[in-house]
Design a protein around this ligand. Structure first.
Ligand code: NAP
Length: 295
């Protein structure tokens, strides 16, 4: 058996096509143009390319996007003042502060200063709390993307054993919460593994769905999964460089061996990755609709 590939590239394209129509409708019928600001502090090359990709996608969808780039030595007070200005700006519905921030800035302080109604990354405690309670809120983009991948590729989660590897605040913990919510794309029995888990293989071998977010290349091998498992591989690990200098990426799952046993699997690249930016756009459109009283 060779697994069906869950293509994040194709699914994110479908969502972007839907968003484009929605953005056009918002503009034509309600005079509403969703607005996103991205704030980058310093010159981290990975962050620069993430922010550029976010602005490019926003632009392509008809979302008004502003990019603010600040020097590495920007003070916490100046960054807080900028966030505050964006909180007050009616043109801006979504505020994204690119992480990581330079060491002298307290990330939590900055993220908590963002108006929860403009927190399109879904990291503010108000949105995290609402997510846990199952209330309407901005979901963090990567877990939100995983929900869409599962839903749109017809993976039933209700009653399934979902094993999540990794307990970070941006992926592991929120996706665990979402999987156990009492609603569609939830209702799973959830196990969350981390470095202190005694026998991770015991859990992965009985899993119907494995969501791997550990940051260890090819950690999950074929002998650690059962036949027919669904694999969502969140890992993005740089394992080398091609001749033309491009990074060679690997996921947290050994794709070549595991795909022979799995029913469905996401590739790396082209799986979860493309969904993250797309869900940021979806959250921005949602924020604009809420601000205009349309949702
Ligand atoms: P992170 O903050 O680096 O945390 C890694 C988690 O994995 C920790 O909870 C750690 O456990 C656990 N872990 C590490 N080795 C393990 C092992 N051998 N067995 C079980 N658990 C283990 O993780 P992250 O930020 O969520 O990132 C994880 C991966 O996803 C990275 O490759 C990252 O690049 C990728 N990622 C991709 C996207 C995307 O858009 N595609 C978005 C976010 C992250 P402890 O807590 O015990 O240390």
């Amino acid at each position: 058996m060779s697994a069906e590939i869950i293509s994040g590239t194709e699914i994110s394209k479908a969502i972007k096509d839907e968003l484009k129509v929605e953005v056009t409708d918002l503009k034509e019928k309600h005079g509403v143009v969703p607005g996103l600001v991205t704030i980058l502090v310093g010159e981290n090359p990975a962050s620069q390319s993430y922010v550029a990709a976010k602005n490019k996608t926003a632009h392509a969808l008809g979302i008004h996007s502003e990019q603010v780039t600040l020097p590495e030595d920007t003070t916490e007070a100046d960054l807080l003042a900028l966030v505050d200005k964006c909180n007050m700006d009616d043109k801006i519905n979504g505020i994204l502060v690119q992480l990581p921030l330079p060491k002298h800035i307290d990330e939590a302080k900055i993220l908590y200063a963002i108006d929860p109604d403009k927190d399109v990354d879904g990291f503010h405690p108000v949105n995290v709390g609402k997510m846990v309670l199952g209330e309407q809120c901005f979901l963090p983009c990567t877990p939100h993307g995983i929900l869409e991948l599962l839903e749109r590729s017809g993976v039933e989660t209700s009653g399934k054993e979902v094993v999540i590897l990794g307990r970070s605040n941006i992926v592991g913990k929120p996706i665990a919460n979402l999987m156990l919510q009492k609603r569609h794309s939830g209702n799973a029995t959830v196990t969350l593994c981390h470095t202190r888990t005694k026998d991770t293989d015991f859990h992965t071998r009985r899993a119907d769905i494995i969501i791997a977010a550990v940051g260890v290349p090819n950690l999950v091998k074929a002998d650690q999964v059962k036949d027919g498992v669904v694999i969502i591989d969140v890992g993005v690990n740089r394992i080398g460089k091609s001749k033309n200098g491009k990074a060679i990426l690997a996921g947290d799952v050994d794709f070549d061996s595991v795909r022979e046993k799995a029913a469905k699997i996401t590739p790396v690249p082209g799986g979860v990755g493309p969904m993250t930016i797309t869900m940021l756009m979806k959250n921005t459109v949602q924020a604009a609709k809420q601000a205009a009283g349309l949702e």
